[in-house]
Design a protein around this ligand. Sequence first.
Ligand code: PAF
Length: 273
Amino acid sequence: MKIISSPLELKNYLKNKNQTIGFVPTMGALHEGHISLIKKAKEQNALVVVSIFLNPTQFLKGEDLDKYPKKDEADKKICELSGVDVLFFPQVEDIYGVDEVSMLAPKVRGYVLEGASRPSHFNGVLTVVMKLLNIVNPTRAYLGKKDAQQLNLISLMVKQLFMDVEIVPVDTVREKDGLALSSRNIYLTPQEREEALKIPSSLRRATVMVTRGVLDSKEITSDMREILAPLEIFYVEILDREFNRLLDVEIGNTIILVEVKVGTTRLLDNIWL
Ligand code: PAF
């Protein structure tokens, strides 16, 4: 596995490869969820590039940038063992200069759900993803469905800016008890981890209701809120795949999304129906 930290060196290295390139952007602290993105990228492309870059511009003041888990050596090993061809491992100064040009998230879709409590978060996400896609110039980029709003906004950026990359959504990986994998799960105390199981329970309840023919969004979200109740709830929403609110679940076109705070940790999850 080649490890490159300079954007120009990576661009030059990949320029004349003439092979399909699958790209997995990450912020490190890799887990099985990331490994499933890498696996998918390997299945569909000749070369796989992974980036590890803890992007400061997507963290708001007072968020967890300074305590975000850093596991550089373990991450490199995971990439190597997963068959990654190139690991892009830049420093902040390799990616950002002064007086920066940056992307702006759309005024509606970028400021609802997670964007409502983290205004400007998605400006940072879109800016860094734009830079990374320009550096790697991949055939396909792999993103987890767990961050559904991020996935939606990146897909929108690629479409609206006529970019030449296919965005491939990849299913969420869960622990045996249903908790979605996240680099932030490491912040949870054993008791908080137990409380966090209310998230998959609420999503399971929604699925059961839908399979029994209950499609009314209000009815479903109110049952979900009851399950989640002791936790601080940021949102429980039923949206279509374009992120418009749905009055009734439409099978094949629905995402049910939840974000809560457990202790001091924000956790989000969703199911696609
Ligand atoms: O999902 C993430 O890990 C990050 O938001 C991403 C897409 C790598 C951009 O920093």
